[in-house]
Design a protein around this ligand. Structure first.
Ligand SMILES: [Zn+2]
Ligand SMILES: [Zn+2]
Length: 306
């Protein structure tokens, strides 16, 4: 299994001299399986534009394109590259698009397709040459054939968002973004209005159970791509409930789940290359004595082979 990173940033593309090292494009991953190099794409952030060019250059000569695109969720930074993904303009191409949608939402076709309206873009969704099939996806296992197994897991984000666990030839690759730790939603301080000791206790247990489920989801992964948008300080000061994880929690979780290699991902658009390196060097120094967990900063263009 090969994993290539085409976009690693969170929230909005942020090109420029301060981010050129780790890259300014939003989430997009290319997965390849086996000798045949079977293609699976995760997310269509702005990074998917360059991936599209690469697919046209390398895959089209082997025959018509036919591959799945798995969306973690439909926040704009994860779908904004779709109108610029060249394969959607190529006749004969078939793309199966999978992603989570809530019952009150419109279908995936409408959520993605609405970006391709004259109001926003010069080509309409109905004018695209590729065949696009949209499938709502829920939590659970799915067999992709060729011995490729994928399992999805709901994460903690303001909208439904899925983590993906791929298992292939004894190796495990997982994603856990965009997500933040589950926490007790009930007041826990007896002096707070509305405090109820039973609810407080139940809320505490529910949060712990949900967090443990996520640890089990990426247990023993060879490679884990985890949300790490904020520092613990930034998170507690002003980002609670925004749906992202502090570096410290991502590292602790990966350690607890016996992950071999952790890629810190969904970098804050305001974080410069220099700041990212300084922060992560600090965390590495803190944990090095007690863990053999490898920690890397996700970098656009990097490739991993499992
Ligand atoms: Zn995001
Ligand atoms: Zn999001």
């Amino acid at each position: 299994m090969k994993i290539k990173l085409w976009g690693v940033r969170g929230s909005i593309p942020c090109p420029g001299p301060e981010t050129v090292g780790y890259g300014g494009n939003t989430a997009c991953l290319e997965l390849r399986f086996g000798e045949e190099e079977r293609l699976v794409v995760i997310d269509a952030g702005s990074g998917v534009r360059k991936l599209g060019e690469s697919i046209v250059k390398n895959d089209l000569k082997k025959g018509p394109l036919n591959f799945p695109l798995f969306l973690t969720h439909t926040h704009w930074d994860h779908i904004m590259g779709f109108p610029f993904f060249v394969p959607i303009f190529i006749p004969g191409t078939v793309i199966d698009v999978y992603g989570p949608v809530t019952y009150e939402d419109e279908g995936l076709d409408k959520i993605i397709g609405d970006q391709l309206r004259y109001r926003y873009f010069p080509v309409k969704h109905s004018e695209l040459s590729a065949s696009l099939n949209y499938y709502p996806l829920m939590e659970g296992p799915m067999d992709l054939g060729d011995d490729i197994l994928v399992t999805t897991k709901y994460l903690n984000h303001p909208i439904l968002c899925l983590g993906y666990r791929f298992e292939y030839k004894g190796k495990v690759f997982c994603t856990a973004y965009d997500t933040e730790p589950f926490r007790n939603v009930f007041p826990t301080d007896p002096t707070q209005p509305g405090y109820d000791p039973v609810a407080a206790q139940e809320g505490e247990e529910a949060a712990r159970e949900e967090n443990e489920k996520i640890l089990r989801f990426y247990k023993d992964a060879d490679l884990l791509i985890h949300d790490a948008q904020y520092t613990q300080k930034e998170y507690l000061e002003s980002k609670l409930g925004w749906g992202h994880t502090p570096f410290e929690t991502a590292i602790n979780n990966a350690h607890k789940a016996n992950v071999k290699k952790l890629l810190l991902f969904h970098h804050d658009p305001n974080r410069t290359d220099e700041q990212l390196e300084e922060l992560v060097d600090g965390y590495r120094r803190k944990i090095s004595a007690k863990s053999d967990l490898e920690i890397e900063i996700a970098r656009e263009g990097d490739e991993y082979i499992l």
